[in-house]
Design a protein around this ligand. Sequence first.
Ligand SMILES: [Zn+2]
Length: 438
Amino acid sequence: MLSRKRPLFDGYEKEPHLHSKKCLTNLNILDIHQSSRSNKTTQHVTQRTNHSRPCTHESYANGETEQLTDTKNFFEPISSWSDTQNSGKKVLQHLKFRQATSDIFLNELVNKKFLEFHHDISEECGAEDKQHSWAVIEKQEEIVMYGPYYPNYNNGEHSEDTIIKQTQELLDSETVSEDWKVYVFTMNSPCLARNTEPCMLNLLQKSQEWWSMYRVKTHIGYVRCWGFRGTKENLFRDLNYKQVDCIDQTEDHESYVKAAEKSSDLNALCENLYSAVKHLLRSENLSFPLITSVQGQDWRTYFKSMKSIYECKPEDEKKVLKQEVNIVIEAAQVLLSEKSKSFRDNLEKGQAFALCEAFISQVSETTQDQMRLMFQQCWREMIQDKYVEFIREKLTEDFNQCTVQLFIKDILDFTKEFLQIGRIQFFEEDSKAQQVFQ
Ligand SMILES: [Zn+2]
């Protein structure tokens, strides 16, 4: 059995509490769609079914030794993935050299199937962006679709858990024919770290079982790479601006460590983490959009300290100054909606803003200078904060993308017989490729 006892990294982050949609996670009132295509091939299938041999455990009883060897071979390559601590390190190594960065897609035919099913489900249940899963059993005579299912984090249930349970029930309850195919859709790729067995390993194990018991091939399609995200992964959580700045200013890890030693409040990062950050900082066009980073009222809180300009002043002066400060902060809002810029550009535009006419007022020049300085300081802090937030998110995304790609590459050789897994390409992405063939 696969089991993962240790968390990937120290610390614990709570997953968002999503409530499952009523009736969708309840297996008893499961939503099973019969496709309209079902009747077209019924006759043909009936003939086929007569000739096809149902594949059960017993059918393979004679091949027991072979199966045992299969199982042994099966578990070896993924056993390293059940140790998330080590596999996390391995991913980081790859991230350092930027290996395995190409996306893994499904083959054209399977992708087309997923697009068709996705279209049907979206039409019936509406488009959905948050995590959910559905599945399809494709038979010669009919198509059985079930779902969508949503995770219920309150009881630790992931949407793939329901998919596995339901698929198992459906396969067990019927005489399975070898030409049946299982398609599992999941918005986020199945998780690789969890308090219990992660969905990716569960699905892998199940697809192997379904193959050895029923000779049914499984296809897993996802839209976004999830990897180690969730409760366990907080690799970049403690990355702060000082570290990013120090990494940016140093040539290599050695000089970075030396610089960090001289600074009293800087904990040096390991070489792999350093390289991952360095690589990202060096990438061209690293710009971040302020408008999505600084949302709602959040940005105003960065300017709270400007209160000190008027707080201790006499009442009538205080009133004027307070108004003046508020006007300035409100006027700065326009800077947030400007096009994505680099860190330096974003930093400079706030500095420049502080010098512009927005500050011309009835107050004394000394107070104006003080306001300029304070505004610039608040702006700098906000940009630094938002920048490092953006860097953390980008690294987490790259790390998890790399995780999923590496995992799939690792299992490819011994699973190709019974499993195909990859990211689904949607029409917009496909259109360019299609144009070439037209
Ligand atoms: Zn999961």
